[in-house]
Structures are given as C-alpha cells and as structure tokens.
Design a protein around this ligand. Structure first.
Ligand code: VG1
Ligand code: CO
Length: 597
C-alpha cells in the first residue's frame, strides 16, 4: 500500500463550534477541505502507533465518501484498527458507547446533528476522546490552530473499503472492523432500564409513537422498541434513514417534528410520543396533547431516577447548561446533591462525569443524558420516561391490589397520587403500607400518564416556566450588534426596573471547570431579576449560514392555580422586555422568531 503525502494550504475557517466543525456539504467537498481538518485532528491528538479509532456518522449525504477518506487517512497515520459502523452508521450516543466499550483512543463522528442534510445541506465532523465524549475546548482549539498552519496530509492509495457487511478487512497494516452499529448500544440500554416492565407497559394497551425523522435513530428504535420491547412495528415512524432526511429538518421540536405533533395532538392520540434528531442525541417527549419542555424533563428524570434500575443507587449530582431552566436545581436541592451550571455544549459535562461529580446532565435544547456514556442520548431519555411510566403503573397496580385485599374503598382521586412521583415526598408503595391513609384514599381513574407526572412535579416543586425564541439566519452584523448593545448596557441595567421586574444582575457568563480549572468566557449574556426570572441572549455555535440569535426566557411560578397558563402568555412581559432592551426587531427587521420551543 502506497502512502502519499499531499501538499495542501490551510483554510481559515475550520474553527469547531458548539459541537464540531459544521459547514455546507459543498464546502466539505472542496479539494482538501475534509482532509485538512482530519489531518489537523490526527496531528493534534498524536495517537500512538497502532491505536484504535471509532468511526461513523448519522448517514447524511457525503457520509460514505467522507468515511472512505478518513479510513485511508487513518491507515496512513498509523492507526492499528478502525471500528466503523456498518454502512458508515453510528448514532452519536452509539459512537460514545463504542469508544468506551472497546477502549478506543478516540472517535470521529460525522454529523451536523439537527441541521438539514442533502447536497445543499450541512455536513459536520467532530472528534471524541477516549472517555467517549466530545473533545474539550483545549483540544478543539489546538485542532483549529493546526488547521491554520497545515502544509500536508497523509493518505493511503487504496481501493474503497466495503462497509455493508460485518467483519474485518485490511487497509495496508490497519484492520477495518465493520461492526453492528446497534447491538452494543441496545445492550447498554438493556443494562440500565427495566425492559420487562416496559414490555408489560407496551403490551398493556399503552401506545407509543416514536418519530425517527428519517435520521439515524430508525434502526436503533426498531431494534429496541419493536424487537426487544414488543411495541407494534408502526410505533416507529420515518424509520428509514435517508441521506437528506426526506427533505426534512431533523430537529425534534414542535415546529419540525410536525407529523408526530399532529398525531399526539389529534383525536385518538397515542399515550406517549417522542422524536430524536439527525444523529440521535436529542429527544422530544410528548404526552397526549402535552409537551414536556426539555428543562422539565431533566428535572423529572432526576426526581424519579430511584424508579429506574440503573440509577437506583442515587445520583451523585446533576449538571445543566446555563440557559437550561433551574427546574433541575430544585430537585437537586431536595435530594441534597450538587447542581452544576456549565456553558452550552455537551463537552463541558465530560469532566464532571469523569470525576464522578454528576450522574445526570441536560440542556434546554432537547438534550438529556447520563454517565452511561459521554454524549447526550435521545433514545436513553425515551427509555427513561417509559421506565418511569411503567414503574408508576406497577406501583399503582400493586397498591390497588393491597387496598382491595384489605378492603379499603377506592373511589375518586386522592392527594397521594399527586405526590406519587417523588422519592422526596412519598412513594406509593410505602403509602400503601399505611391502612389509615388508604382507608381515606382512592386511586380510581389513575391515569399515570406524562401530563400527570409533569403537573405533579410542578405542584411539588413549582413550575419554571420556560421558552426559547430563535432568530435564525440573521445577518452577522445585526446579531453582533445586538450582543454588543447588550454588553454596553450592563451598567444601566444593573438594578433597573423593567415593567414589573427589577434587575438583580447582568453579566456575560463565564465558567471555571471545577475539575481542571479551565476557563471559558463569553458564554451568553444573562439578565437575572430579583424574583429569579431570567433572560439570556446567546449566539448559536452550530449554524452554517448567517447568525442565529437565541433568547432564553424563564420565570418561576409556585402557584398551582397558574400552572395551566400557556408559557408564551406567562412569559409575555419578559418577552417584551427582551425585545426592548436588545432592539432586536429594529436591528434585524424580524417581527417574530423563526422557531419557538
Ligand atoms: C445547540 C444547542 C446546544 C447543543 C448543541 C449541539 O448549540 O443549543 O445545547 O449542545 O446545539 O447539539 P448552539 O450553539 O447552536 O446553541 V447537537 O444535537 O446539534 O450535536
Ligand atoms: Co444532535
């Protein structure tokens, strides 16, 4: 096998963003563009000779071509073995799982996540380290530096590797192992959750609908929900991964996952709906006619983790990204465990998990995960919810049996069902041990569904009313102008009265990693009010065209009587204030956000 050293010149724009390098497919297809970035990764990580690399992507357009290039470059750069998902497929969480399980030196994941794909869409590439997580900033910065001075890359002259059949082949001295992209991941899920209980739930009339959005999770969802958990095969929709995601936008939110949303808000809606994104690390959870905000989802998983086998021993701590609501903080306080606030992006959770400081992590952007891997994990979150729903049904059923056996009456609804979700307050099983409480109680008409769980959670902890408004593809100048204006206003805003709110603090968030002391600045403008409400402004680091400005809005509502209010209504005054102080409409000419989540 011939190894060629190809002369090249640097590109100036290979700076990784929130999650790797993302560009239009046409940009990646420019001569040397992909090769330069891959060589910059290899030069930076300086893997020992014979090291193992994991490789796979979300199947989007250009995935297969890029995999062939990277395989040949890995061979030329001295790797001993590459584990590549069959067909070049690995969801982001599955890649993290594979890196950890086979103790790879690192992994390359090809994905632009929720960004649209196809020849005119986006492509992306990122490097994950041996812990299975996204490379920390120190490494991504070094890769960027290398990309600015690169003069040559190394590539093997070899025919393409067959990717569609499992097994080993040779590329020069390097072994290419084509592995099943689903099996290891599905096995890991089975080790964390009570599959028997979920199977019983799904065979007991509970109806699930999962929308894979023609992205990578289709085969994973089929294997787990249909083959292993016995859900009917039509429970998984849009399950065929397509290089252009069927022309859709594989972002699981109320705007883009509209097929699922219509089903869950329609007549005869299923009990539970979920969707994942392009690379399988995000999740959206829906109940019948009900949407769970990702921030609430993190808090609810934490509050109910004791019901799930993999988390029965308790949580070491919780971490959330700064713009994520403080709902999880309230649960952490009640559980008496620490809660960490990190910048946006999963790379900031890795150190905390590796150091054993946190078990659960989450972001408002439909990302939740735990220390089982080092990426957020869409299907994991869905299984966690299903496990909670199954476990609550089981404990209600057990209690009903006990009550009937002891002759206690069961009629209308009882307050104990209001608190049944929380280890912190009461547990159905233990309450059921008390005949006096049982005698006055009833759990007739118990619908242990998603909305109940959320409302009970709010009743107990109060509701962190939350919304994010995205202004996509606005001119860079306008976006930067808004951020500059806000920075310039910190002084005048301090202590200011805005409508019914008084500003307690305003700053640009910076973070000092408690494990390695590294500092990340400029992570988003925060305006905090005296009542705990917040407005956050941040520029996206994942877009490929113009700028995306995100406004995150949060208020706290302890009063149950007000929990039914629509979030946009409840946040109306904060929304108004955010537009006023940022001059967003004037500067961008936009009347309303592109996407509201
Ligand atoms: C967005 C989200 C962030 C997430 C990131 C990667 O970043 O806000 O929470 O970690 O996407 O997710 P930004 O910089 O555009 O706000 V994924 O599923 O695109 O890998
Ligand atoms: Co993603």
């Amino acid at each position: 096998m011939q190894i060629r050293a190809v002369s090249t010149a640097p590109f100036t724009d290979q700076k990784p963003g929130t999650s790797g390098l993302r560009k239009r497919v046409q940009v990646f297809r420019r001569p040397h563009y992909l090769e330069n970035f891959v060589q910059s990764i290899f030069d930076t990580i300086a893997a020992p000779l014979g090291a193992v690399l994991a490789l796979g992507g979300d199947g989007r357009y250009y995935n297969r071509e890029a995999i062939q290039v990277i395989l040949k470059m890995a061979a030329a750069n001295g790797f001993g073995r590459v584990l590549v998902g069959r067909g070049g497929i690995l969801s982001t969480p599955a890649a993290s799982c594979v890196i950890r399980k086979y103790q790879a030196y690192g992994g390359i994941i090809l994905s632009a996540s929720h960004n649209p794909g196809g020849p005119d869409g986006d492509f992306g590439i990122k490097y994950n380290t041996a812990n299975g997580g996204p490379a920390p900033e120190k490494i991504t910065e070094a890769i960027f530096s290398a990309s600015k001075t690169i003069a040559q890359y190394r590539i093997a002259d070899a025919p393409d590797v067959a990717l569609d059949a499992l097994g080993d082949s040779k590329l020069g001295d390097m072994t290419v192992s084509v592995i099943d992209p689903v099996g290891d991941y599905a096995g890991l899920m089975e080790s964390l959750f009570d599959f028997a209980a979920i199977r019983a739930l799904l065979s007991g009339g509970f109806r699930l609908k999962f929308d894979a959005m023609h992205a990578v999770t289709g085969p994973y969802a089929r294997e787990i929900f249909v083959n292993r958990l016995g859900a009917p095969s039509d429970s998984v929709i849009n399950a065929e991964p397509l290089p252009d995601f069927g022309g859709g936008h594989p972002d699981p939110n109320l705007t883009y996952a509209h097929e699922l949303v219509e089903a869950l808000y329609g007549n005869d809606a299923p009990d539970f709906g979920a969707a994942s994104d392009g690379d399988g690390d995000r999740n959206m959870i829906l109940g019948r006619h009900f949407f769970v905000t990702p921030s609430d989802s993190l808090a609810i998983l934490a509050a109910n983790a004791h019901r799930v086998p993999g988390y029965k021993q308790g949580l070491a701590g919780i971490a959330r990204s700064m713009p994520t609501s403080a709902a999880a903080d309230r649960v952490a306080a009640a559980l008496d465990i620490p809660c960490y606030e990190t910048p946006t992006g999963w790379k900031f959770f890795g150190n905390l998990m590796d150091a054993g400081k946190v078990t659960l992590c989450g972001e408002e952007s439909f990302g939740t995960g735990s220390n089982h891997i080092r990426e957020k994990d869409g299907l994991w979150a869905v299984l966690f919810w299903l496990n909670i729903l199954a476990a609550r049904r089981q404990s209600v059923a057990a209690m009903t049996r006990r009550c009937e056996a002891s002759g206690a009456g069961m009629a209308a609804s009882h307050p104990l069902t209001q608190t049944a979700g929380f280890a912190i307050t009461s547990d159905l099983a233990s309450v059921a041990d008390s005949p006096s409480r049982m005698a006055s109680s009833s759990i007739g008409n118990v619908s242990r569904d998603v909305e109940d769980i959320v409302r009970e959670h709010w009743a107990h902890f109060g509701r962190n009313v939350y919304s994010r408004h995205d202004y996509e593809s606005i001119p860079n100048e306008a976006a930067n102008g808004v951020m500059k204006l806000l920075h310039g206003r910190f002084g005048e805003l301090q202590g200011a009265h805005l409508g019914n709110y008084k500003v307690l603090f305003c700053d640009d968030f910076s973070y000092t990693d408690p494990v390695d002391g590294s500092v990340s600045t400029g992570q988003g403008v925060r305006i905090g009010f005296t009542d705990g409400s917040r407005i956050v402004f941040r520029l996206s680091g994942t877009g490929t065209e113009g700028a995306t400005l995100r406004i995150y809005l949060e208020s706290y509502e302890p009063d149950v009587a007000k929990h039914r209010l629509d979030a946009q209504q409840a946040l109306a005054e904060l929304i108004r204030i955010s537009l006023e102080i940022s001059e967003l409409r004037e500067r961008t000419g936009r009347e309303r956000p592109t996407v509201i989540t």
